[in-house]
Ligand binder design. Sequence first.
Ligand SMILES: [Zn+2]
Length: 334
Amino acid sequence: MATTAFVSFLAFVGRLAVLAQSLPRLLAGMILALAIGVALVPAPAAAQGRTAPPAELKQISNDLYFFYEFAGSNAVFMVTDEGVLVIDTRTHPRPGQALLDMIRKVTDKPIKWVINSHFHGDHHFGNAPFKAAGATFVAQAETARIMQHVQAKEMARRIDGFKSQGLDPNEVKLILADVTFDNTMTIKLGGREVRLMYLGPGQQAGDTFVAFPHERALFTPGAFGKRSMPNMAFTPSVDSWVNLLEQVAAMDVDRILPAHGDVATRADVKELAAMLADEYATVKDAVAKGLSVDDAIKTLTFPQYKDWRNYNRLAGEIRALYELIQTGKRSYLD
Ligand SMILES: [Zn+2]
């Protein structure tokens, strides 16, 4: 569209954003999503056997935005006068660029920081456009190490997904962290403090939680998804995972912004901790009784979780737990 038309469109968006602040949060988010037109990427055919809702951008508070894509992965960004902080960059440089374009419709401030929350490619393969934009990349030390170590495997398990979405795998570049941390790190930006925390391994070593204390919000990595069966192939310790979810459920925050799935509550985190403990104890018991993995898959159907997301992965999860319990190994990380 012509420049003047675009400028007046932006002014219109700005007026809507002001209007949105005076409306209830849900309605405000809907108006913002409409105004900046975020259903940018057609959702891949529903992986879960139902139609996935289109991607949307939710304004969580004055300065905090949640990009929610049910069929893909989420991202969070915080906008300040001094610049922008982003958590996760989606699955490929093209959706990464679409995220950056979305941020650009909200603010023209520089992209200062990008945090990669864990090593899975669907959270950092979109790094390249943010690198080009001059961001400084941060990751927990184990995340940074594993990102490099399993790059080929992460690519291999995503090639089909790229092809089905018309994304060229050759465009993916591994962009590693400029700064790493071990346990905690605080980033100060535009008068806010953002706190990065490593609470021990969850879904995998390196899982990074990010608190926005001024908004009483917490970003969670792949270690949490609301009513979603977890991926068991990477964790070195389910006990540690349950423990850190219980810590998160006890934190003084109002809103959970997860790497997958919609905005959640501490009660949802507690529910996942209980589910994980239940699944782990049940499979451990089967191993102790000498049940073969194939018999365990036939008999342990966990019907109480049949409505959870990713229930169709159950056989793979039981197999992965058998590997952990019987050998202590995580072959994916070899
Ligand atoms: Zn993911």
